[in-house]
Design a protein around this ligand. Sequence first.
Ligand code: GDP
Ligand code: GDP
Length: 473
Amino acid sequence: MADRRKSMRPPPPLPTADMPVVVIAGRPNVGKSTLFNRLVGRRQALVADTPGVTRDRKEGVALVRGRYVRLIDTAGLEEAAPESLFGRMRFSSESAVREADLVLFCVDARAGITPADEHFAQWIRRQNRPVLLIANKSEGRLGAASAMEAYALGLGEPLALSAEHGEGVTDLMWEIADRLPAEPEHEAESQTEAEDDFAVEEGEEPPRPTGPLRVAIVGRPNAGKSTLMNALLGEERMITGPEAGLTRDSIAVTLKDGDDTFEIVDTAGLRKKARIDESLEKMSVSAAIEALKMAEVAVLVLDATLGVHEQDLQIARLIEREGRACVLALNKWDAVQDRTATRNAILDRLSISLAQMRGVPVVTFSALTGASIHKLLPAVRDAWTVWNARVPTGALNRWFEEMLERHQPPLVQGRRLKLRYITQVKSRPPTFVIFGTRAEQLPDDYKRYLVNGLRETFDLPGVPIRLQTRGTK
Ligand code: GDP
Ligand code: GDP
């Protein structure tokens, strides 16, 4: 089945002059080629452990949120005499960067910032091209923390990514799409500055998806995921790919609901393959991880006749960890006797075990009979909107003051923490930073108090909220 579908993929187009140009730059060995392969979706570049193995610049086409871009992988931007290998490499980077609509400047978050990174960052800044800073090799929690070090380069907020493991690729797509020049004219003004401005006006229009909205359907074996997929697709099955971020064994199916296009990541191939050497339970978790990496919204499917099990919570935690919006789908509603009691029991269990699931949007349906499944995609769309929410800075700080008044931040080592202000640094998922003296010592229970407050006051149900702290002098 999976193989037949794969053969229906259209061939990738050739690069053309009207496509925006995205250039991957950075010193050798930070993972540029790996990122290139990940985005182009085919193995075109040679990846090896030897620094500087990428000699010439490579070019490919990547599909970024419904738009084709020319992706150029430069050789390392290494400072050296022009006649040396590094000098030649820098020469090719220079010409590529000059024609770039966007430069993806990569650093290695594991190695930390090196003098070479600093040097090239300076050089890149002087080129006056829009830059997105990427802290690669940021897999796992540790990686995300060390990614912050890259702030010092003065190229804006680093995007933590793992090109090798695919973590953060969906976010990367968004960040790229946001920075590309408007279609179709290249000279149109870049959106970077407006996007970086935290001072969002009140009453701003809610965002709209610029490409298909990516959905992962996840849940335990037998929850009804395949049945749901088939019910949603009906006869209008359309297979897409190959696209950046999709692994070999996953495909995306596209469907429309009103004006919105949804792309449902199907990891059927992955599930089937894993069945051979893994237990059914374990492999549904690994399929979920894979699907979540590519998705914006996760539909967590539960068999409502069975209530909430540990593995459902495990998958819910994954959704939170990956920072995806969540819609809870209570399936097999046709077979549920006492619907009110069932619904309440499931929601209680979830919100007790997982604070981030509080207020999660719920849809009840029967994938088997098709009853009420039409409610699912609008709920996905709404969850996506919340996930993209930007809270106006003024309102945010008025709220913050109130929260501080109501409960003072606790003493740490006998001294009171001075929290000064809060700002939303990004959406998808909503991410806030609190600045203040020794703010980084803010205890977890106080952070939870603030996160719960944010969720309630600014109506952010069903999305993970990230709260970071940064100490100031
Ligand atoms: P380039 O010289 O910048 O093009 O770097 P490569 O793409 O050739 O990658 C250099 C090395 O880093 C290779 O061994 C990759 O497997 C490894 N690498 C690339 N991306 C990641 C990542 O996200 N995490 C980790 N741990 N290693 C990575
Ligand atoms: P998956 O492993 O999550 O893909 O689950 P399947 O889609 O294969 O469904 C598992 C079983 O549950 C199958 O026997 C389905 O017929 C059944 N099933 C799926 N959806 C419903 C539903 O809405 N109501 C009922 N009664 N059974 C369902």
